[in-house]
Design a protein around this ligand. Sequence first.
Ligand SMILES: [Zn+2]
Length: 458
Amino acid sequence: MRFSLLRTFGYFVGGLWTAWGGRKRIETKQLRNLRRLVEKARRDSPLFHRLYADVPPSSEVELRDLPVTRKPDLMRAFDDWLTIRSLPLEKARAHLADMSKIGVPIGGVAVFRTSGTSGEPAIIVLPSRFLEYTFGISLARFERYHWQFLREMRKRGMRVTVTGGNGHFAGVGYNKLVRSLHPKLVKGVTFIEAEQPIGRLVEQLNAIPVSSIVTYPSVLAILAREKEAGRLKIEPVILNTGGETLTEELRARVLKAFPSLKYGILDAYGCTECLVLSFVCSHGRKHVHEDWVILEAVDEAMQPVPDGMLSDSVLLTVLANDVQPFIRYDLGDCVRFHTDPCPCGSPFRSFEVEGREATLVHVGGVTLSPLIFELEHERARRVQLAQTGEREFELRIDATDETAAETVFQEVSQSVTRVFRDNGLADVVVRQSRTPPEFTASGKFHEVLPLRAAKHQG
Ligand SMILES: [Zn+2]
């Protein structure tokens, strides 16, 4: 695997050229990239060859002609899915099982896995050109504001990624990969494991000059608490979040806890299937990199949802990865496209994301947002509410000292029970658990674990 600066520059210049041409040039470029990918997929991927047997010729094909694809079907046919034959599932699995190989390419491609919080994990295969795309296109979308904070970030210290370290996840693996291919691109970037005890995490952060942090909102919530308590000393100028929904409450709280945040919080939307699919502009909106990515807001029947309406799911097409085709791939997130142009002037469409399905709690016929539970307690570092049965929950408590656990349980369970009762669920049982609060496989922390997720984490 090699990283070409020349090709990266190509994505950069191409990205600028497309944006300057406005909507018409963007749509033309997108369609050309789509047809090229469809041709490659039906020629070199046995799975897509079968799937597209009745699809019109690649030179005439439109997005609507293509069937929706889903993770379980693609993963089941993994050996036929890729457009290369050198990475069968068995080989990819063996690579992912070896923790010394995180971020190490295999046979000319990079391999990561998803966290599997919303079902079985997927194996994601990225060619060099996808990495070149991520750098080139991101730079092409920079406004003066982005160059400013990039300069300041570099001057003021380290850029720290705080995510799961116990697995081949993109958070940790991507930096390692780029470091091995082109160290200059990740100069001043470092990684800290999210799963370690908070005390140690805080210690590690306090030991270095931190100019920015990339992490999940759930981990950010923990850091905000540590900052409020005066234990965390860092003064970053910008924070980047992704992987989960950043609520307005958390955003406000973090901005208050970290007055040094001159450039605020950039909440990007991406996934392991497409690490860079949108960019956050100077007005805080997420814009799709439409020349290389297609996002379709759809209803339950996979039919398009008009702009301004919240979708039931979203279909992702990644035009920059021709080794593992993701074409009209059902991501399961709910999005809403903005109907008005963004004040930043970008010709790329902007959208917002609503809470990921996995975090909602279902009890009987009632659906609850995790946000309505008050799970903070001054004598606990963190408290987790895990659903263990249809109407059974347990509280996992990481108390500040041993004598506190009982008090925390009494008080938190009282407030949780009240929430259930207020929602017509008087018969829900809340028990105290001996298990400490758990992180997801990729190092996210969910204060509330619905049944499916709680089961998944075992
Ligand atoms: Zn904008």
